[in-house]
Design a protein around this ligand. Sequence first.
Ligand code: NAD
Ligand code: MG
Length: 389
Amino acid sequence: MQVSVLGSTGSIGVNTLDVIRTHPDKYQVFALGANRSVEALHQQCMEFRPRYAVLRDTAAAALLRESLAACSSDTEVLEGEQGLIDIAAAAEVDTVMAAIVGAAGLDSTLSAVTSGKRVLLANKESLVMCGKLFTDAVETHGAQLLPIDSEHNAIFQCLPERFNGLREAGIRKILLTGSGGPFRQTPVTELANKTPAEAVAHPNWSMGQKISVDSATMMNKGLEFIEACWLFKARPEDIEVVIHPQSIVHSMVEYVDGSVLAQMGMPDMRTPIANCLGWPARIESKVESLNFYRLGSLEFSAPDFERFPGLGLSIEAMRVGGDYPVALNAANEVAVEAFLAGRIGFTQIAELIARVLDVWKSSEPDSLAAVKDADLKARKLSEHWLLSQ
Ligand code: NAD
Ligand code: MG
């Protein structure tokens, strides 16, 4: 099977290549794509010998071209957004891992969808932004969408094989679990002073910077709530968020007879990656076994919407619909970047998102261009708010 990995140098990308490394007989890397990490991509090219490597940044792509040529590599280096779009759509490719972070992954992820690929979706932001257009395109182009996000992958594993909607499957609700992140128990009065270093130090998962901050604000759970609505044709009232600090149960599905199915495992993204790469077969991931003797107790509780206003804002954005989720996602991306750069404090992330949604005039985005317009408009509003601080 030929695989293109978009975002290969990131946390999901590296874990994907690790699973592929375990199965050289099953998977070949057709192409690797990233933003501007020349050295990391060079190393990956030397090990996996893909046909193509893409860096979005043109100057970085030139450096990679030089360094690979010096090592007599056969890998051809492409550049820019078009390069990423092309390696997602190439006729030789069966499977695309969509693991670029943020709205930057939208075009290449959609390129894989409209080319009818098996799409392993880590880039939740693209589904949050384009829910209806995205899921319609999956149907129209006969793509196969498999969820990499651990919660959605867990839900997927708890669904019947031929799933066509919650009611038809006899499902009462989806229980979306989340650890509560590093600040679950921090006194609320101390949140404003939390630093980027403290925010990215997740207790259970090792992930990229943006999603780590999203986990600290619980905006990640908010984006996942929207993601779950689209993936599983669920209404907001069908999904309940459950705090589970140990990150062992990755989510659950409750059926009308009262049965609750859960998927459990170590918090290691190689499990959902192997599940999607191998699906419907099971393949080795090298993830260690759960040790129930050592686990002790698993805890569950209700989320604290006052501590994590971003969660409520996300659910509300999904309820209102239209391009509210686009505005929510864009404001969050600008806010996280500003927080990481030291421009705003931790609690101002949710403040900024709330401000943008307050003034947002919603419309139904009926094209990709309309989604991008809304994204740009929300980013401008966010920047404007930042300057006023
Ligand atoms: P990361 O920051 O570790 O890696 C991001 C990757 O995207 C890198 O390869 C980077 O080069 C590339 N990239 C960044 N900006 C780009 C741009 N403008 N153009 C092209 N490439 C660009 O991120 P990550 O933690 O691996 O997360 C990737 C995606 O997977 C996110 O959408 C995240 O929400 C989702 N996800 C991650 C995890 C996890 O455990 N890390 C779990 C679930 C979902
Ligand atoms: Mg997740």
